[in-house]
Design a protein around this ligand. Sequence first.
Ligand code: URA
Length: 261
Amino acid sequence: MTTNSEIALNKYIAHAGYCSRRVATDLIKNGKVRINGIQVKTPFTLVKATDLVTVENNPITPEKKIYILLNKPKNVICTVADENNRKTITDLFAGVFKERLYPIGRLDRSTTGLIIMTNDGDLTQRLAHPKYEVPKMYQVTSETSIAKSVIETLLQGVPLEDGFMKVDEAGYPTSSKKIVNVTIHSGKNHIVRRLFEELGHPDIKLDRFSYAGLTKEKLRTGEWRHLTTQEVAALYQYEEKELVKEPKKINRAKKYYARLG
Ligand code: URA
């Protein structure tokens, strides 16, 4: 925001990393927001760089947006704080950024792989929302062989307690029957583990090797990098119900995993 530009109040609060734009809209409507000490209840009120905005009496300072692609290691949980003192995903960035980063979506504690960390509430809300159908690719490794019929059932659909679920793609990336790659756009909790458990594989190892077209090439477990401006722009281009696919990149990721297998 430059000194002369103006921005809608709900957007300003979301951009500051305080919360999503939708939550900001509710806070404004509920009378929790003030501009220069005056209560404002219209979410689209324009804010200037020189205005002082407070939400529930907390001053809001617009902060630089940070977008990190992390290859999450095992034994790290995707919450901001854990009451049992287990290692959290934000612990991995302790002392690195002054901005408060949080993950877009979640991976289980024992799942490794790609997750985006950001302070951009708008992008978080967008990518985490089921209507944007962000494709996620997982490599599943089982102790026992995974039958072809399991793959077929995954593609046809499996009844789970919270509804019928099918994957977008599934197949063996190598000659091993113990490894299966799946592409799924659902972000429901434990979705891949629940599908495999239902089909007789309760103890799988899970690694997310592609998220929204981004791959973990050159990113070893535990490593992270900043997203490029182009990558962030591409993430913002997800349209409702339309997959923005990057087949070249995804095929590269598949080959990379086939080599590892
Ligand atoms: N599905 C799962 O079961 N676990 C994850 O961590 C991600 C997707």
